[in-house]
Design a protein around this ligand. Structure first.
Ligand SMILES: NC(=O)c1ccc[n+]([C@@H]2O[C@H](COP(=O)([O-])OP(=O)(O)OC[C@H]3O[C@@H](n4cnc5c(N)ncnc54)[C@H](OP(=O)(O)O)[C@@H]3O)[C@@H](O)[C@H]2O)c1
Length: 258
């Protein structure tokens, strides 16, 4: 057989921090990483959520710590980074998955709502990436993008604009932090979570649009994002950086019959 090399898609043995890792997509990624053999710190603002997720991670065999953080507070991110490095010796993977959304039309969205969305989504992603890149010799950062940076979703101007910033930030950070640190993003479709709860219920025109434009006619589950995160975090992705990987069951590929 001619020379053949193959790097498995796995995070086994890695140390991962998932910010916004106690609910929805972040929690699914944290649990998936743990099931695949990583040690994982899943963090967010609420101590009870952090403790519950830590129990779930331990049940899956991962070593973990219960540390809260708020992405709007740089010091809390620095404390998190220092604690994880002290306890585990390294951080191999950072997932940025905190969520905040304001559903308001352009004419009505307030300065405060606009700022709050940016503060968590875009500034939080920048802040956590910068804090963790400081002292990360090598590794992988995974940000959460959105379809809303590609297509216009009315009422989501602040969210969509912040997500457009995450696309741009991901590409620039990939160039600057490479080759040692790879920076990618996942662009999920419409996924069931706290963020989407009650918004895309069956029978509404929004849900019908999701049904029509996806191949399976349904919203996604948070665990359907996990595989993409495991790939991007794994050594199998050694030549993948600056990429935004869409996982939307064909929603953005949809047009009409010719
Ligand atoms: N669901 C979708 O359809 C969808 C689609 C595209 C993109 N996304 C993106 O995917 C990411 C995760 O969304 P999700 O739907 O999984 O949301 P989610 O279920 O609402 O979870 C959000 C998580 O972020 C944490 N969080 C909120 N504010 C925070 C802060 N200031 N600092 C640290 N953690 C904070 C929450 O915990 P605490 O409240 O305890 O802090 C929670 O763990 C977001 O970036 C979202 O924009 C979601």
């Amino acid at each position: 057989m001619a020379e053949f090399t193959h790097t498995p898609v796995t995070v086994d043995g890695k140390v991962a921090v998932v910010v916004g890792g106690t609910s929805g997509i972040g929690r699914a990624i944290a649990l998936g990483f743990a099931a695949d053999g990583a040690d994982v710190v899943a963090t967010s603002r609420t101590p009870e959520r952090v403790a519950t997720t830590a129990d779930e991670l331990r049940e899956l065999g991962a070593d973990t710590r219960e540390i809260t953080c708020d992405v709007t507070d740089r010091e809390s991110l620095e404390r998190l980074r220092d604690a994880v490095r002290e306890e585990f010796g390294t951080v191999d993977v950072l997932v940025n998955s905190p969520s905040y959304i304001a559903r308001k039309p352009v004419r009505e969205v307030t300065e405060e709502q606009w700022r709050d969305v940016f503060e968590v989504q875009l500034d939080g992603t920048y802040r956590a990436t910068q804090v963790f890149a400081d002292g990360m010799d090598s590794g992988s950062v995974i940000n959460m993008a959105s379809l809303s940076s590609l297509i216009a979703i009315p009422n989501l101007a602040a969210y969509s604009t912040a997500k457009g910033g995450i696309d741009a930030f991901t590409r620039v950070a990939a160039k600057e932090l490479g080759p040692d640190i790879r920076v990618n993003a996942i662009r999920p479709g419409f996924i069931q979570s706290d963020q989407t709860e009650g918004t895309y219920t069956e029978g509404t025109p929004r849900f019908e649009e999701i049904r029509r434009r996806t191949t399976q006619g349904r919203m996604g589950r948070a665990d359907e994002i996990t595989g993409a995160a495991i790939y991007l975090a794994s050594d199998a992705a050694s030549y993948t950086t600056g990429e935004i990987l869409t996982v939307d069951d064909g929603f953005t590929a949809d047009a009409f019959d010719a």
